[in-house]
Design a protein around this ligand. Structure first.
Ligand SMILES: NC(=O)c1ccc[n+]([C@@H]2O[C@H](COP(=O)([O-])OP(=O)(O)OC[C@H]3O[C@@H](n4cnc5c(N)ncnc54)[C@H](OP(=O)(O)O)[C@@H]3O)[C@@H](O)[C@H]2O)c1
Length: 334
């Protein structure tokens, strides 16, 4: 079967489409015939082995044999199930994320998959995994849980005010929509060409970062979700309410200690403030994936597709994502 591998660290040029052995679904695993996937920044961080912390997991000087397969998000059809799998059967259409997804066939732990809503196209489903779960978990980390309810006749309570920086990218396009579904007043930050896109996704206000300084103005946001990694905590603190939360999600700067120092710095700053400064790593969570699938099934949540690439053009797809200005998801079809 065709599979994309990287046997050395480097840029998109080190990716190879090879003929690889068909993987076997073991205990608790599902073998999926992949129809679509997408590119996430996670993929090219792993490809380059940078920040170097990545190499502790994947191999110090070159990727370990078990880590050469690339790609995370998956949408496809169940081909076989391993012992102990209870939620899936051969022929089920699924979405989720795992490892070595840029392949005709991949194995995924059962917890990393949910059933794909029938109404959702495979191509769109391939863009859900990592980005959508990051958006949901990032907003929850910032305390956004559910729409605030109020009784008939009562005055509508203030909606939490959420600022999303990097609103037009893979995570951001989900975050704008999910924040609205969770009852927030959303201000999206995007460049001029994406102002209309984020407004169409439901943003109440849009800041064009090419003409307006994001960190200026009143301290008005209960939550800032930072997906671009460009602005300092100190600057963003100025626009947080007195008890507001900054969730830093964008990759911290630096190839060596930055990725460790940044979360530690946020944690220390939090201890001396009523505001909360935090970073987080998205994690596999079946309930969260199911929540996303439910929204996608009703059309309440949509996948914004930037461009669709055939597997053979994976290097171009990765380079496009690595440019840092994708509009929604960069999809790969297999
Ligand atoms: N912590 C985690 O678990 C986790 C999980 C997934 C992703 N991430 C991180 O989250 C970040 C976003 O991921 P993604 O998949 O959404 O990336 P992406 O698809 O590449 O999107 C990046 C976005 O950043 C915007 N941007 C670029 N420069 C900007 C600037 N100066 N000011 C404001 N926005 C700017 C771009 O919009 P324009 O084109 O309009 O500039 C684009 O919308 C990445 O750093 C990724 O590593 C973290």
């Amino acid at each position: 079967m065709k599979s994309v591998v990287a046997t050395t660290y480097g840029g998109p040029e080190v990716l190879r489409v090879v003929d690889a052995p068909t993987p076997v679904a073991r205990e608790g695993q599902v073998l999926v015939r992949v129809a679509a996937s997408s590119v996430n920044p996670l993929d090219w961080h792993e490809l380059r082995g940078k920040p170097y912390l990545v190499r502790i997991m994947r191999g110090l000087t070159r990727p370990k044999a078990s880590s050469t397969g690339m790609g995370s998000d998956v949408a496809g059809t169940v081909e076989a199930v391993g012992p102990g799998v209870t939620r899936f059967a051969v022929g089920d259409e699924v979405l989720g994320f795992g490892s070595a997804a840029w392949s005709e066939l991949m194995v995924v732990g059962e917890a990393g998959l949910v059933h794909k809503p029938t109404a959702l196209a495979m191509t769109d489903a391939g863009g859900v995994g990592v980005a959508a779960i990051t958006a949901l978990q990032g907003l929850r980390t910032g305390g956004l849980m559910a729409p605030v309810a109020w009784l008939p006749g009562e005055v509508e309570p203030m909606r939490p005010r959420v600022l999303i920086i990097g609103a037009s990218g893979g995570v951001g396009t989900f975050a704008v929509q999910i924040a609205k579904l969770l009852g927030a007043h959303v201000t999206a930050v995007a460049s001029t060409r994406n102002v209309e896109l984020v407004a169409r996704l439901g943003a109440d206000d849009v800041i064009d970062y090419t003409t307006t300084e994001v960190a200026h103005g009143l301290a008005r946001f209960d939550l800032v979700l930072e997906l671009a990694g460009m602005r300092s905590r100190r600057d963003l603190a100025r626009i947080l309410t007195a008890t507001g939360t900054l969730v830093a999600c964008g990759a911290p700067k630096g190839q060596w200690f930055g990725p460790l120092a940044a979360p530690a710095g946020l944690a220390i700053a939090s201890r001396f403030s009523k505001r909360t400064y935090t970073s987080f790593l998205a994690k596999r969570d079946t309930d969260d994936l199911q929540q996303l699938a439910d929204w996608l099934g009703t059309g309440a949540l949509r996948v914004v597709v930037d461009e669709v690439y055939a597997l053979e053009r994976i290097a171009v797809a990765v380079a496009h994502n690595e440019g840092g200005h994708a509009r929604g998801k960069v999809i790969v079809t297999i």
